[in-house]
Design a protein around this ligand. Structure first.
Ligand code: C5P
Length: 222
């Protein structure tokens, strides 16, 4: 069978990474979480006091940063310069800063180049904001996942509680709306549905239903 490329885009909390992982596993494809790459850079910038408003400084930092996404048994690990940052890159500080870092032109150019290389051989499920439009414009399958802010905030809220973190639903709604706005309104490769992407509203679907739908669409394209 042909190894295709699958691009999954959409706003924060639409369920992209959860379903992308399931689909990748079902198909024995590589899963690439591009958001984790922007988060990893943001984490390092914060740790090293790099000015997150300065595109050039961030791009230089990225040139000297080794970001690895390594599959492990349970979940994908994110390794920055040999250190496991899988959990810390999900903390509030990074989450609320990452959209500023990801808005810069040079940062995006470098990231997109790395991501294209990861997807080059096909057999990949990649999730992000600009995968269908910039990173894998020729992907055989492009999916754009959406859900209301309320639903997305509630999912994140439940996730936090399950993990034993404290969580404030109203605050989550505000943060998600702000990140949507920043990601959609930025100048360089904003969050946008590719013309040939299939939109799936996940508001009233389960994770399994969304994953099955994408798996079915993928099989139609092989
Ligand atoms: O997917 P996740 O929520 O982890 O992404 C974190 C942030 O990284 C997004 O809010 C966005 O600002 C940025 N991002 C991006 N382009 C991508 C993936 C993520 O700009 N392809």
């Amino acid at each position: 069978l042909n190894k295709i490329s699958i691009a999954i885009d959409g706003p924060a909390g639409a369920g992209k990474s959860t379903v992308a992982k399931i689909v990748a596993e079902k198909m024995s494809y590589i899963y690439v979480d591009t958001g984790a790459m922007y988060r990893a850079l943001t984490y390092k910038a914060l740790a090293e006091n790099v000015n997150i408003q300065n595109d050039q400084e961030l791009a230089d930092l990225l040139s000297h940063t080794n970001i690895q996404l390594s599959p492990s048994e349970k979940r994908q690990l994110v390794i920055v310069d040999g250190i496991d940052v899988t959990d810390v890159i999900r903390e509030d500080k990074v989450t609320n800063t990452v959209s500023t870092v990801a808005a810069h032109r040079l940062v995006r150019e470098k990231m997109v180049k790395q991501q294209k290389a990861l997807g080059q051989a096909g057999g990949v499920v990649m999730d992000g904001r600009d995968i269908g439009t910039e990173v894998l414009p020729n992907a055989e399958l492009k999916v754009f996942l959406v859900a209301s802010v309320e639903v997305r905030a509630e999912r994140r809220h439940l996730e936090n509680i399950q993990k034993g973190y404290s969580s404030d639903l109203e605050k989550l709604k505000k943060e998600i709306s702000l990140r949507d706005q920043q990601d959609s309104e930025r100048e360089f490769s904003p969050l946008r549905k590719a013309d040939d992407a299939i939109e799936i509203d996940t508001s009233s679907l389960s994770i399994t239903e969304v994953a099955d739908r994408i798996y079915q669409l993928a099989n139609e394209r092989m």
